[in-house]
Ligand binder design. Structure first.
Ligand code: TRP
Length: 453
């Protein structure tokens, strides 16, 4: 989004632009980094199944609700909830928690993005191109255990995001994302096919597609649901903020459905690219956050022109991560600039400086601060856990309750159909899901996952 002034709020101009921006927020490191590593750690197919169910039953309705609230309010998330809620009711606190969540997420997300950016250069010099797990594992270990490199790459990523926001070129990024994302799809497809044709690949497919239900525990349920929130960028006001840039005649459920399908598709492609290779080359599926960075180079090492393709892969991943980070930053930037009247420039600089400091705790989580743990977790793991497993689901409960019990069916219908001009048959089921199903389901999964029930 470019600079917003008080007279005219900026907005998305075309149907395709809306789709591209929303997709740009959803598709990111969540697909190629988080989804595969969590699937690998939590038992494969059974985790995947729970994740898809959570996306359909909870993710999609909450996403539609958030975008609709945002389009109705046409302002930043905090002001928006103040406008829409009855006077004196503190629903805006959801967005305050959202701003906090944005900081926590950006803190570790910018570090993973830092690894991706660094890997573009490692890919270029060819040092990570090997089918030997020891070589690719050691290369990754050397990067993340070096405090100076970790921090410098992270700050470089944050500065780059600042530059993009300040120059107002995020429009340009949207245009680039629009053109290059299909290329990422194709590349993932190529890697997927190669991965599938490796000797021993079928074990990876079985891991991904034949569920073992004994692996589903309360913790696994919560992690899968948290991933569904994280993937669709919901539960913290991000989609509300993007919704505020939607045009009035945009069909929100159709857009949300398309984004959800495309997002699931990219994650599946990433899974098919990674897991057969994991088994073929003898990696550990439960390698955790390092999974992407140690397995993907091995697949490329076994492909003709793999060197070139690997560089391209990390460039495209960096672009996907950028679209997601810009949407995360948009939440605090719009709140600080619209709510507190700071210029967008000042808001952006302030937020990025704070992020540089807070984020460093995650940047150093695998080196200088590796031994510093709270509740057994490094800052990196803690921020990831708190945001995905607690704050986003809690935000989802509150947003569903707000729409289902406070805003009400009539207002939802009016906003969704743009005052009756868009024919929509799904208002009834959507409202039912938001009023009863999502809040209860999220609550039960949270209590089970946290061991309280
Ligand atoms: N969905 C993005 C991804 O998968 C990350 C992201 C962008 C996000 N905006 C968000 C996560 C808002 C939670 C909330 O990479």
């Amino acid at each position: 989004m470019s600079q917003t002034s008080s007279q005219a709020r900026d907005g998305f101009t075309s149907t395709f632009g809306v789709l591209a921006a929303t997709l740009g927020s959803a598709v990111g490191l969540g697909n190629i980094w988080k989804f595969p590593y969590l699937t690998g750690e939590n038992g494969g197919a059974s985790f995947l199944l729970v994740y898809v169910i959570a996306t359909l039953l909870v993710g999609l309705p909450v996403m539609i609700a958030e975008i609709t609230l945002g389009r109705k309010a046409k302002s930043d998330a905090v002001s928006g909830l103040m406008k829409l809620a009855p006077k004196g009711q503190p629903w805006w606190l959801i967005a305050v928690m959202g701003v906090l969540a944005a900081f926590l997420i950006m803190s570790f997300y910018s570090e993973v993005a830092a690894w991706v950016f660094a890997y573009i250069f490692k890919a270029l010099d060819g040092s990570i191109l090997s089918t030997d797990p020891n070589v690719t594992g050691a290369a990754f270990g050397a990067l993340i255990s070096n405090p100076l490199q970790s921090l410098l790459w992270q700050w470089l990523v944050l500065a780059l995001m600042g530059g993009i926001l300040l120059l107002g070129v995020s429009r340009g990024i949207e245009a680039i994302t629009k053109k290059l994302m299909p290329l990422l799809f194709i590349l993932l497809l190529v890697i997927g096919i190669r991965s599938l044709t490796l000797p021993g690949a079928s074990e990876g497919l079985a891991f991904l597609f034949s569920p073992d239900f004994s692996k589903i525990t309360g913790g696994v349920l919560l992690t899968a649901m948290g991933l569904a929130f994280f993937k669709l960028s919901i539960g913290m006001g991000c989609m509300m903020t993007y919704g505020s840039y939607f045009r009035a005649d945009q069909n929100i459920p159709a857009t949300a459905l398309r984004v959800m399908c495309a997002d699931l598709f990219v994650s599946m492609l990433a899974g098919i690219a990674i897991f057969p290779a994991v088994f073929a080359f003898g990696f550990e599926p439960s390698a955790g956050p390092s999974l992407l960075f140690i397995t993907i180079p091995a697949v490329f090492a076994s492909i003709p022109f793999g060197h070139f393709f690997m560089v391209l892969f990390f460039v495209l991943s960096a672009i996907a991560a950028t679209g997601a980070m810009l949407s995360l930053l948009e939440v605090p930037v719009s709140v600080v600039s619209e709510r507190f009247g700071l210029s967008r420039v000042k808001a952006t600089v302030t937020i990025l400086v704070v992020l540089g400091l807070v984020g460093s705790t995650c940047g150093l989580s695998n080196s200088s601060l590796a031994e510093f743990k709270i509740a057994g977790k490094t800052f990196f793991d803690l921020f990831d856990y708190l945001s995905s497993n607690i704050m986003l689901p809690l935000g989802g409960i509150c947003l569903s309750l707000f729409v289902g019990w406070v805003w009400g069916r009539e207002k939802l219908e009016e906003a969704l159909t743009n005052g009756g001009t868009l024919p929509l048959a799904i208002v009834g089921p959507l409202f039912f899901l938001l009023r009863y199903v999502s809040p209860l389901l999220i609550l039960i999964v949270m209590l089970k996952g946290l061991g309280l029930f």
